[in-house]
Design a protein around this ligand. Structure first.
Ligand code: SF4
Ligand code: SF4
Length: 156
């Protein structure tokens, strides 16, 4: 069984003023990334509206649904206008979801195994840890991708 990062998003939200984030970088720049929070929001909190208001409202055509009906954002197209955030009837997305926080922040590229380990070490063990386990919905633990498990409340 391969090692994965287990991130307890329920506890992570309770930590104040954390100037760190685990991200999946797209390209060389750390300004072009998706955070775990963004991926988890679209996968687990989003209601997956049939005629999605967020997609219709996006002036940059940066949002689309993938084959599983999950909304994804093209980071290179998004102009961070927040129209999608404002129009979502369920308040799914936090106001700062797509912000790039550069000042004093440290980003860990979770495609890199060494940075993944450092990311786990940077947090209390009950918030982020390295595990060898599979998803377990009974414990609210869901697989985000082949490297990440998150503990999160899922909209059903
Ligand atoms: S409008 Fe909100 S709930 Fe509906 S698909 Fe978009 S993000 Fe999800
Ligand atoms: S922030 Fe604006 S540009 Fe970016 S995905 Fe949302 S609506 Fe589109």
């Amino acid at each position: 069984m391969s090692k994965k990062l287990l991130i307890d998003l329920l506890k992570l939200r309770e930590l104040n003023d954390i100037k760190m984030d685990g991200v999946f970088r797209e390209g060389e720049s750390f300004k072009v990334f998706k955070s775990i929070r963004e991926l988890a929001t679209f996968q687990y909190t989003c209601r997956k509206c049939e005629n999605a208001p967020c997609i219709n409202a996006c002036p940059a055509e940066a949002l689309e649904k993938d084959d599983d009906g999950i909304v994804t954002r093209a980071v290179n197209l998004c102009i961070r206008c927040k129209s999608c955030i404002v129009i979502c009837p369920f308040g799914t997305m936090m106001n700062d979801l797509f912000e790039v926080k550069t000042s004093g922040y440290r980003f860990f590229d979770l495609n890199d195994e060494r940075e993944m380990t450092e990311f786990a070490k940077a947090f209390p063990e009950d918030v982020v840890k390295i595990v060898e386990m599979e998803e377990n919905p009974d414990e609210k633990i869901y697989q985000l991708n082949d490297k990440i498990l998150v503990k999160e409340l899922m909209w059903l």
